[in-house]
Each structure stands twice: as structure tokens, then as C-alpha cells.
Design a protein around this ligand. Structure first.
Ligand code: 5GP
Ligand code: SF4
Ligand code: MG
Length: 457
């Protein structure tokens, strides 16, 4: 998911909308904005892309000088309108809206406890668990209540909370999920990625620190810690796939990292080829690095249709078999008779690679050598990235040779985890400031809910 928040700007909801447009790649399933004028809160949300949810009129009703927003990619909870965010909650003491990127590993456990104590849940999201913890906290201020809640939750979270006249942002103690702080004149901005700041003309001040709570209100900005400082564990998959190449995440520019990974791939996993092709869009940077290092020319052998979102009707298997290829097309005049080195950022379920190898062969490629700019994705993410379960992950049950056969490539190679770390300038994997759990099965937190019996829904 993507989150955004702004305080002290007369066009807060419009700027939130544009900030979310820059974060649309982080979630296409639902979107929403909540705003406040200091007295009243306004909100609008719905299913689909931002452009589907906001059609001018709705945005004009979102008054006020502060706003938060969300684009949703469902990890926990079904894709229903109830699960769209921000979630607003008002009790006799508190009135706030909340939006969350990430996934908690103790949400089920907390929810059972909260329900035993009388909390009534409207949604199936872990975000509502955070909302109830805030609502119930025995604290004087909203910031204190958020701090109390943040101390009880475990996992990946970058959360924005809008009060009547205040904006609060928290980032999980390990920094699993990204979040940045920016400024636009006198206004403060927080966002999942720095590209959202640039889009609205704001400047990047810094990353929100892991375990940090930022409060912005009439008296300006203040910061406190809700967790002791520990080794950072930034999600490497943000760099590999999820984040936009123009974003800087925890000080590393995403495009630069991907390009370096492509160079390492070329150096350590070479292939004899005539052209290098990257799978658009997320693999273009790595493919550029691979081409530079290998001196094999880069070609635009695959063209992606820019207008296909996940909300579009996908062709059935039968229509696909007849050649309906909405998303990607291979350029025959470029690939015909060529030995292609195909660069992709990751193999998750394995269906994409297989389809692209077939696409290239049917356009006349003589050989297809697949090179992946990350290690085999062997274990599910519990912190907010992928919905796939272990049995859907092709690399959790198959080795590289088997996967090569299944995707029908002439050869296949991945980066090792050490090589991935080399892309960030680290040698070896001990004590690195990254989470690599989906590649190593070594999770940086306890997986509380995984130990629970499935008694609860
Ligand atoms: P798969 O192997 O599952 O068929 O697809 C892997 C491809 O999907 C890669 O090209 C990668 O860019 C992309 N990908 C990786 N992780 C995710 C994810 O969490 N969601 C979506 N929609 N695509 C992903
Ligand atoms: Fe990122 Fe993988 Fe860790 Fe999940 S398990 S936070 S995808 S590195
Ligand atoms: Mg891809």
C-alpha cells in the first residue's frame, strides 16, 4: 500500500490526491482520502484506481488544512469497500482517521484480546486493530494514544493518523516499511516514497526513523521514539520490485540499486546473447545495468501497454490461447533470430516468466536466457508485500534447474543473497540493515499469529 499525509496547506486534499497518484503503483485496489478543517473531518474512499474513486466533485468536498490518504494493495483482509482506507473512528474521547501500509504479525492475537474486551470490528484489516488500540488507550493526547498502540503492535507498519487538528506518523521499529518526511513551504508532508514529495513540489527532509513517532500540529513538528533503537531491517524487496525507480528509500536511490544489481548479475551470471531485454517496467533499470556490464546491446523487445491496470478485465485462458495479449507484446523485428538475455526483477509464482519466454519464442527468439536480479523468493512475506502462500511460491518447492524447465528457458540464474547485499555495498549478510526473510526464511520478528490455532475466522 501507499500512504500520504499533509499538514498546514490550504489545498491539502488536492495535494494528497496528487501524492497518491505518484504512489499508485503501491496499490490499485482501493483508494481514499480523509481531511480536517480543525472542527470536522471529511472523507471519501472507494474501490479501484484513484481516478475511479475521485471524479473532481468528491475532492472539492474534502475541506481543510490537513489530510491523509491511502492506496490499497490487499495483503490482510479481502478487497471490499469496508476494508478501504483511511478508516475513521470516533469515540466519546477521540475522533481520528488512520491509514496503514504494511502487515502486522500479531494482529489476530490482538484482535482476539480486543474482542474479548468488547471492541466491535467493522473490517477484516489489521489497520482496524491499530485503530481500536488507539481508541482504547488510556492517554491524554492522541499522540500518546498512538504511542501506546505502536508499542503493542509487531510487524511492518508505516501509519498516518489524522486528528481534529494534528497529523501523526509512525514507522515500525525495524523500518521494514518505508516512509519519508518532506516540506512544502510551511506545510509538512509524510509519504511512503519520496517520489510523492517531488510530485507535489515538496522537498525531502529525511526518512522517518524506525521506531519514530512524528507529530505535526499548530505548534509545528515534534518527534519522539516509541521503541529502542535497534538494527534497521529495511525491506530489500522495495528496492528489487515494489518502489518506484525515482524514489530514494533509506538513502538509496532505487534505480541506482537496481542498475547495480543488473551489473552484478552480468558479471557473476553471464549469458551468451545478442540482445538484453528487460521486462517492463520494474526490470528496466536492472536490464540497463546488465547491458552496460556485459556490453550486449539493450533492446526494447517487449512493449507494455500503459493503460492496463489490475482492475481491467483479464482475458480468460481460452482467449489468451488465441493470442490475446493485453499487457505485453514482443517486437518480432527486434527479437527474431536473436539469442535473448531476458532480465526480470523476481520470480514469485513463476507464471509471468513462463509466459514471457513463450512470447519471445513465438516472436522468433532463437534462445532465451533468463536472469533474475534477486534471489529465489522462497518464503512468504509477513510484513506487507506479497499475498502468495508458501505453496504458491515456485522457488519454495523447486530448485533453479527445475524452475528453468518449468518456465521453458534455455538457462536461468538468480542473484544469491550475498550478491544482493553487494548491490547495497555490503559484503556478506551478517548484521546488514535489511530484511531478506523472503529469500532466507530468516524473519526479523517473532511470527506471533503463525503460532495461533485457526479458531478465529
Ligand atoms: P510471477 O513469478 O509471480 O508470475 O511474477 C513475477 C513478476 O511479477 C515479476 O516480473 C515482478 O516484477 C512482479 N511481481 C513481483 N512481486 C509482485 C507482487 O507482489 N505483486 C505483483 N502484482 N507483481 C509482483
Ligand atoms: Fe520485504 Fe521480503 Fe522482508 Fe517481506 S520478507 S519485508 S518482502 S524483504
Ligand atoms: Mg515484472
Amino acid at each position: 500500500c501507499g500512504v500520504f499525509g499533509i499538514y498546514a496547506h490550504s489545498k491539502s486534499s488536492a495535494l494528497t490526491y496528487y501524492g497518491l497518484v505518484a504512489l499508485q503503483h503501491r496499490g490499485q485496489e482501493a483508494a481514499g482520502i480523509a481531511s480536517t478543517d480543525g472542527n470536522r473531518m471529511y472523507s471519501h474512499k472507494g474501490l479501484g484506481l484513484l481516478a475511479d474513486v475521485f471524479k473532481q466533485g468528491e475532492l472539492e468536498n474534502l475541506n481543510g488544512h490537513a489530510a491523509i490518504g491511502h492506496v490499497r494493495y490487499s495483503t490482510a483482509g479481502a478487497n471490499t469497500i469496508q476494508n478501504a482506507q483511511p478508516i475513521t473512528l470516533s469515540t466519546h474521547t477521540r475522533n481520528f482517521a488512520i491509514a496503514h501500509n504494511g502487515n502486522l504479525v500479531n494482529a489476530k492475537w490482538l484482535r482476539i484480546r480486543l474482542e474479548q474486551e468488547g471492541s466491535l470490528f467493522q473490517t477484516t484489516t489489521d489497520t482496524e486493530v491499530i485503530a481500536h488500540l488507539i481508541a482504547k488507550a488510556n492517554a491524554d493526547s492522541l499522540a500518546d494514544a498512538v504511542e501506546a498502540a505502536a508499542k503493542q503492535i509487531t510487524g511492518g507498519f508505516a501509519v498516518v493518523i489524522l486528528g481534529n487538528d494534528e497529523l501523526i506518523a509512525v514507522r515500525d521499529p525495524l523500518g521494514l516499511r518505508p516512509m519519508v518526511l518532506g516540506q512544502l513551504g510551511d506545510a509538512y508532508v509524510v509519504a511512503s516514497e519520496s517520489c510523492a514529495l517531488e510530485t507535489i513540489g515538496a522537498t525531502l527532509v529525511r526518512d522517518v526513523e524506525p521506531g519514530e513517532l512524528i507529530h505535526i500540529g499548530p505548534d509545528g513538528m515534534s518527534s519522539r521514539r516509541f521503541a529502542v533503537r535497534r538494527q534497521r531491517r529495511m525491506c530489500t524487496f522495495e528496492h528489487v520490485y515494489f518502489a518506484r525507480p525515482d524514489s530514494d528509500v533509506d538513502g538509496w536511490n532505487v534505480h541506482t540499486v537496481r542498475k547495480r544489481l543488473g551489473r552484478i548479475l552480468a558479471k557473476l551470471h553471464p549469458a551468451d546473447g545478442d540482445i538484453v531485454i528487460g521486462v517492463p517496467d520494474s526490470s528496466i533499470s536492472a536490464a540497463a545495468g546488465y547491458a552496460e556490464e556485459s556490453r550486449i546491446p539493450y533492446e526494447m523487445g517487449l512493449i507494455k501497454n500503459k493503460y492496463i491496470a489490475r482492475t481491467f478485465i483479464q482475458p480468460s485462458q481460452e482467449l489468451r490461447d488465441t493470442g490475446v495479449r493485453l499487457k505485453l507484446n514482443a517486437v518480432r523485428s527486434i527479437v527474431e533470430g536473436k539469442r535473448v538475455v531476458l532480465i526480470d526483477d523476481s520470480i514469485v509464482r513463476g507464471t509471468t516468466s513462463r509466459r514471457i519466454v513463450q512470447l519471445l519464442r513465438s516472436a522468433g527468439a532463437s534462445e532465451v536466457h533468463v536472469r533474475i536480479s534477486s534471489p529465489p523468493y522462497v518464503s512468504p512475506c509477513h510484513y506487507g508485500i506479497d499475498t502468495a502462500t508458501a505453496d504458491q511460491l515456485i522457488a519454495s518447492t523447486h530448485d533453479v534447474g527445475e524452475i528453468c524447465g518449468m518456465i521453458e528457458a534455455d538457462s536461468l540464474a538468480f542473484l544469491t543473497v550475498d550478491e544482493l547485499m553487494e548491490g547495497f555495498g555490503f559484503s556478506g549478510t551478517t548484521n546488514v540493515p535489511f530484511c531478506n526473510a523472503c529469500f532466507t526464511r530468516n524473519y526479523p520478528t517473532e511470527l506471533v499469529d503463525s503460532g495461533l490455532k485457526e479458531a478465529h475466522h
